[in-house]
Design a protein around this ligand. Structure first.
Ligand code: NAP
Length: 297
């Protein structure tokens, strides 16, 4: 059984991205720029922003930030987005979600120049994903797909990898996605379809989710219910990607998959934490690099 160590895999991406940045920087005379916007002082969001800025610097990027009070109006947040839209040093813009209640996050995401949409959540980029033409794809789903590639690869987990693992054609594979959010469930299903998998998309109104999962070669859980997926939901040899991040009573983080029981049945599984989470951040950097390269075309 392979433990899909997202922290180690993400570090490989940081290294590959940094190498590319160091070859492009002398040619273009500036580094890729990531602009982050945080509205309010949610402690979890502050921690995410600080990690993203640290990783951006590790990848050789410049990081810019704008911190706005929780009382900011829609117009004030939009103005901050416009500032980054106009700033030629900012290639990728990240609006940290969730934004405080009362602010329309969809309208704010739509205000980001789609060419600077490092999170891949702009409606144009989501539409391009449906057509198979997206240059940037939502970070968490993209990270999940990279972990599936890792699961099918011969790569030795923990050792230094020389280059990105090739994308796996998922023809003939049945994938069960649990969850249908715009952030994770829907784009991950589109990406699996793009790779030729046959996709079941389950949600809160689906009956017999367990039975649907039992025949799947790949399960992606993106629900937000601790330990929902149990060993008897999983067929022997399946690949299990746990997107869920849930804080439980003792204060620790756990996923949507009952890791202890499921791990003994599957061929590969992501832990929580240190699975999909670090890959989400690595894909944010990959997207920012794509936006940077796109700005010189
Ligand atoms: P969300 O918007 O709340 O969506 C949850 C989805 O789960 C919905 O589609 C919902 O169905 C479905 N669902 C709820 N109960 C269900 C059940 N009993 N059986 C089957 N489906 C059920 O959440 P999200 O933004 O997609 O995030 C999901 C989880 O991933 C959360 O734990 C979140 O913290 C985590 N997350 C992690 C990362 C990362 O980087 N690792 C990034 C983003 C999110 P309906 O549509 O019918 O309501």
């Amino acid at each position: 059984m392979k433990i899909l160590d997202g922290r180690w895999f993400a570090k490989q991406y940081h290294k590959w991205i940094k190498e590319e940045v160091e070859t492009l920087y002398p040619k273009h005379g500036r580094r890729p720029g990531l602009g982050v916007i945080l509205v309010g002082d949610n402690p979890a969001s502050k921690a995410y922003i600080s990690t993203k800025e640290k990783v951006a610097k590790k990848c050789g990027f410049e990081a810019f930030d704008q911190f706005l009070p929780a009382t900011s109006t829609f117009e004030e947040v939009k103005e901050a987005i416009e500032k980054f839209n106009k700033n030629e040093k900012v290639d990728g813009i990240l609006l940290q979600l969730p934004v405080p209640k009362g602010l329309d996050s969809n309208a704010l995401i739509s205000a980001i120049n789609f060419k600077k949409d490092a999170d891949g959540l702009h409606p144009i980029n989501q539409g391009l994903l449906q057509r198979g033409d997206a240059k940037v794809k939502s970070c968490t789903p993209l990270g999940a797909l990279k972990l599936i590639d890792l699961a099918y690869s011969e790569a030795e987990i923990g050792s230094e990898l020389a280059r990105e693992i090739p994308e796996k054609d998922l023809s003939g594979k049945l994938a069960a996605v649990i969850g249908r959010s715009i952030l994770v469930g829907k784009p991950v299903a589109s990406m699996l379809l793009e790779r030729n998998a046959t996709v079941i998309q389950a949600h809160s109104r689906t009956e017999n989710v367990k039975d649907l999962c039992k025949s799947a070669d790949i399960i992606i859980a993106a629900v937000g219910i601790p330990h929902l997926v149990k060993a008897d939901w999983v067929k022997d040899g399946a690949i299990v990607i746990d997107v869920g991040i849930n804080r439980i009573e003792d204060g620790s983080l756990t996923g949507d998959v009952d890791y202890e029981s499921v791990a003994s049945k599957c061929a590969a599984i992501t832990p929580v934490p240190r699975g999909v989470g670090p890959m989400t951040v690595a894909m944010l950097m990959k997207n920012t690099l794509e936006c940077y390269k796109g700005s010189f075309l």
